[in-house]
Design a protein around this ligand. Structure first.
Ligand SMILES: Nc1ncnc2c1ncn2[C@@H]1O[C@H](COP(=O)(O)OP(=O)(O)O)[C@@H](O)[C@H]1O
Ligand SMILES: Nc1ccn([C@@H]2O[C@H](COP(=O)(O)OP(=O)(O)O)[C@@H](O)[C@H]2O)c(=O)n1
Length: 213
């Protein structure tokens, strides 16, 4: 079974995707980490994130970069949203994500374009959302817990800028797939979000079975 989980920054998609992977015993890929690794590599090599060729060169990043805590920073998140808008960067990361999604037994992936581009054939698709204020509050708390001193206003402004850039780019913009189920986590605890996500996946699986009859 392939489960696609998409949504904007700090909506809770990673939390839900990890919990679904545990529940269904499936491997999980946080695709945002790939774009963050490209961004961190651009920064380390002092390349220009606005130049497509520079960003493409960084797609050949060292695998160890994926475990670097710097990937979680607000700055790298912003840079990731810049480099991810280049069509050739998306193309360079496409095969790896498609392979992960279509491995035997299935997988759970979270990102921006899983249900629309990486796995349009997914058995279940969720689009996770929450208000910008709530997402900024969660991300701010998360960054603080990792020692960051970034202000709440800065995090909120960055989230809004990233939402705008991710939704308006021409290649694979952040968008809810027509056949995705919406999960608004604004007023749900993590436990309630996960419970609802499992219900939605089960609903989609039941619908698929009926459609196959
Ligand atoms: N429903 C929720 N209620 C409160 N906090 C949440 C909820 N879902 C996620 N979080 C917290 O918000 C932060 C961002 O969640 P995460 O799943 O990483 O978001 P995303 O993958 O969409 O960026 C994390 O610190 C996470 O623990
Ligand atoms: N499938 C994906 C995943 C991430 N991204 C980009 O990578 C950036 C960082 O993604 P992320 O999922 O790590 O960010 P958060 O939602 O965790 O804040 C996003 O702002 C997107 O620009 C993308 O374009 N497509």
């Amino acid at each position: 079974m392939i489960i696609a989980v998409d949504g904007p920054a700090a909506s809770g998609k990673g939390t839900v995707a990890k919990a679904l992977a545990r529940h269904y015993n499936l491997p999980h890929l946080d695709t945002g980490l790939l774009y963050r690794a490209v961004a961190a590599t651009v920064r380390r090599l002092e390349l220009d994130p606005s130049k497509e060729a520079d960003a493409v060169a960084a797609c050949d990043f060292d695998e160890l970069t994926l475990a670097d805590p710097v990937l979680r920073s607000d700055e790298v998140g912003q840079l990731a949203s810049l480099v991810s808008a280049h069509p050739l960067v998306r193309a360079a990361l496409l095969a790896r994500q498609k392979r992960f999604a279509h491995q035997p037994g299935g997988a759970v992936l979270d990102g921006r374009d899983i249900g629309t581009v990486i796995a349009p054939d997914a058995d279940a698709k969720l689009f996770v959302k929450a208000t910008p204020q709530i997402r900024a509050k969660r991300r701010h708390a998360e960054l603080q817990s990792h020692g960051s001193t970034v202000s709440f206003d800065r995090v909120l402004a960055d989230i809004r800028a990233r939402d705008q850039r991710d939704a308006s780019r021409s290649t694979a913009p952040l968008a809810m797939a027509d056949d995705a189920a919406l999960l608004d986590t604004s007023f749900l605890s993590i436990e309630a979000s996960v419970e609802r996500a499992i219900q939605l996946v089960e609903g989609q699986r039941a619908r698929n079975k009926v459609n196959k009859l």
